[in-house]
Write a protein of this length. Structure first.
Length: 337
């Protein structure tokens, strides 16, 4: 049984903790918090050992009546590997501490590829992280692109991708981010960083992306245009995506015509936190015109890359050589369709 520490128990970290706890071959060594807030209290109620990220604040946890088991450094002593889910840029700073402790670490998409040296997606390049000390699970948007472009590349070869990424302005919990009433080209420069990020896991893919922020918290949405190497019918693409795990075809005609309705469907699935780990692709949007494939998909930013964090643990610790074996184990434990 592998013991996994989760450093940073926020939007991603709390989901990774629950996903790890659900696996047969892993357990949670502990989770860390900077503040004695409601998430810290819930972590204790769930049975996770709680560690303090900022040692001087231990007193605040005592005063709030939230028991802690020590500092992050103490937590690392209890673990075989750490998943770092701290805010953007902090993970890279933590790398030195992990190196000193001699512990393997998985980082999230907010860190720069160059700061970690290796990036990860379960389908595109699992084998590259086998036995590595550190890897970075690519961002929610890049994971979404990878999940659908990889099977399409395998089926008929990709000559060139262009994608327009419509991004949620903030996560549902974030009250100080926006926009509230604007559409913001973000970044305003073209192309955006999403294309180069995909190339860290799907090497050699020719892709250019542009991105916008819009006033929604529910999901991101992608509009993807792919010039193909080999001729293919839209139905073959539908069939391939339909059989691809962690991707789901959804029909606007069945009432799943928007991100709001897709999130309602996630609630109906009865998942914890209404998460949707799969990438929904609108079946009606899939079309091939003059050898160019068009499709639209959505990304539940808070959860889609969480199963990849679990697979990354198996890759780094060489628990599974074969990516599909890890993917299927993770899926079974998390109830992924
Ligand atoms: P978050 O702010 O929700 O959670 C981060 C947690 O880390 C918080 O609990 C915070 O208190 C804690 N923290 C802050 N400083 C710390 C420190 N020095 N040591 C330990 N813990 C500390 O952030 P998030 O949205 O979960 O993002 C985490 C990472 O995941 C980032 O790299 C982000 O880019 C990436 N990511 C986020 C999303 C998303 O949509 N939220 C999607 C994919 C990837």
């Amino acid at each position: 049984m592998i013991s996994v520490a989760i450093n940073g128990y926020g939007t991603i970290g709390k989901r990774v903790a629950d996903a790890v706890a659900a696996q047969e071959d892993m357990k949670v060594a502990g989770v860390s918090k900077t503040k004695p807030d409601f998430e810290a209290r819930v972590a204790i109620e769930k049975g996770y050992d709680l560690y303090v990220s900022i040692p001087e604040r231990e007193k605040l946890f005592d005063e709030a009546g939230i028991p802690v088991s020590g500092t992050v450094e103490d937590m690392l002593e209890e673990a075989d590997i750490v998943v770092d889910a701290t805010p953007e840029g902090i993970g890279a700073k933590n790398l030195e501490m992990y190196r000193e402790k001699g512990i393997k670490a998985i980082f999230q998409g907010g860190e720069k590829h160059d700061a970690i040296g290796l990036s990860f997606n379960s389908f595109a390049n699992y084998h590259e992280s086998l036995g590595a000390d550190y890897t970075r699970v690519v961002s929610c948007n890049t994971t979404g692109l990878c999940r659908t472009l990889k099977p399409i590349d395998d089926l008929c070869g990709i000559k060139k991708v262009r994608a327009v990424m419509v991004r949620r302005g903030a996560d549902p919990v974030q009250v100080k981010k926006g926009p509230i009433n604007a559409i913001v080209p973000n970044p305003p420069t073209v192309p955006s960083h999403h294309g180069p990020d995909l190339k860290t896991v799907m090497k050699g893919v020719n892709i250019h992306t542009v991105a916008l922020l819009v006033p929604t918290t529910l999901m991101h949405q992608h509009n993807i245009m792919v010039e193909l190497e080999d001729p293919v019918e839209a139905d073959e693409i539908k069939a391939r995506l339909d059989e691809t795990t962690r991707v789901m075809l959804v029909r606007a005609s069945e009432g799943l015509a928007s991100t709001a309705e897709i999130m309602e469907y996630a609630k109906e699935l009865g998942r914890s936190r209404n998460d949707l780990f799969e990438i929904p692709v609108w079946e009606e949007s899939i079309n091939v015109v003059d050898g160019e494939l068009f499709y639209m998909q959505a990304v539940h930013q808070e959860s889609d890359a969480v199963p990849e964090s679990v697979d990354a643990i198996r890759a780094l610790l060489e628990l599974e050589e074969d990516n599909m074996k890890s993917i299927m184990k993770t899926n079974r434990a998390m109830g992924i369709l």
